[in-house]
Design a protein around this ligand. Structure first.
Ligand SMILES: [Zn+2]
Length: 291
């Protein structure tokens, strides 16, 4: 569960392996000592929790996370679910939503195979770019069943900030309260009206690819967050970096996890976001949702 005394990064990966699908060894994030160093550094800056949204077919490694927790003291929330087309196991295509849900419920209630840890988030479950495939929709239905049974929150993945509206509509239709849902990757393109629509449904929205300036500049992320705070939406916004590659780590020439606190928070302040609003985004909101 969340440690309410510090900040939370709402969407990260501490062990992930998408290298088979992406044909690049850089996409295997598994450098234990470097990740330990990064976790020690963020804790010096007030970060207490990492929501780790890697699920089983993305290279999740509960034993690795267990060691990281023991060696650095960081608190990590783990996830259960299935990602998007291209990353689904074959068997999922022939399973029903309720069969898929049973596996999620087992990982939440009984724990993750090979470790003492349990999943406490249903995520990251997603849709393809501009398309929500039937199997992706089936996973969302399963997530809704698992959520209604366990009460655990649902964390989603939008490809290039698309299809959030369809994700919300499906979850609503499946009986999920929007206060238990957070929509991921809202910050990869200009889509302010889409974000406003999602916020008005009552869910959380994530600015969770902070630092990925090649996709979308942080100056625009900061300007959008400032405007949303001015309009009174600060209680529904959370922050993260979605680090997934070896080259994202500081020792490998990347920005590293501390960038969010060291560089992006000051940028938010320059745009007029105040200290109370920053602690709302990084502390109160994740505590409320992931409690
Ligand atoms: Zn992710």
């Amino acid at each position: 569960m969340i440690d309410a005394t510090g900040y939370t990064y709402c969407h990260e990966h501490l062990h992930i392996d998408l290298s088979p699908q992406k044909h690049a060894i850089d996409c295997r994030l598994d450098q234990y000592e470097l990740l330990c160093d990064e976790m020690r550094e963020v804790q010096k800056r007030g970060v207490r929790n990492i929501v780790e949204v890697t699920n089983s077919f993305m290279g999740r490694n509960p034993q690795f996370i267990e060691d990281l927790i023991d060696d650095t003291g960081i608190n990590v929330l783990l996830s259960t679910g299935f990602y998007i087309e291209g990353f689904f196991p074959d068997e999922i295509y022939s399973m029903s939503a309720s069969q898929i849900a049973q596996g999620m419920i087992r990982e939440i209630e009984d724990g993750l195979e090979g470790s003492r840890l349990k999943a406490s988030v249903i995520g990251e479950i997603g849709s393809s770019e501009d398309h929500f495939s039937p199997t992706e929709q089936k996973v969302f239905q399963a997530a809704a069943i698992a959520h209604l049974e366990t009460g655990r929150p649902i964390s989603t993945h939008q490809s290039m900030s698309t299809m959030g509206k369809q994700q919300i509509e499906l979850l609503k239709k499946s009986g999920v309260e929007m206060t238990s849902v957070t929509i991921g990757h809202c910050d990869l393109r200009d889509n302010f009206d889409h974000i406003l629509w999602m916020l008005d449904q009552g869910c959380y929205v994530q600015f969770d690819t902070i630092g990925k300036n090649s996709y979308y500049p942080d100056s625009k992320r900061a300007a959008s967050i400032a405007l949303l705070c001015q309009r009174g939406y600060e209680k529904q916004i959370m922050l993260s970096m979605d680090i997934t590659r070896r080259s994202h780590l500081k020792a490998n020439g990347g920005l590293g996890f501390s960038y969010l606190i060291d560089e992006f928070v000051p940028l938010l302040k320059q745009h007029g976001v105040n200290d109370l609003q920053i602690s709302t985004l990084l502390q109160s909101n994740p505590t409320r949702l992931f409690g």
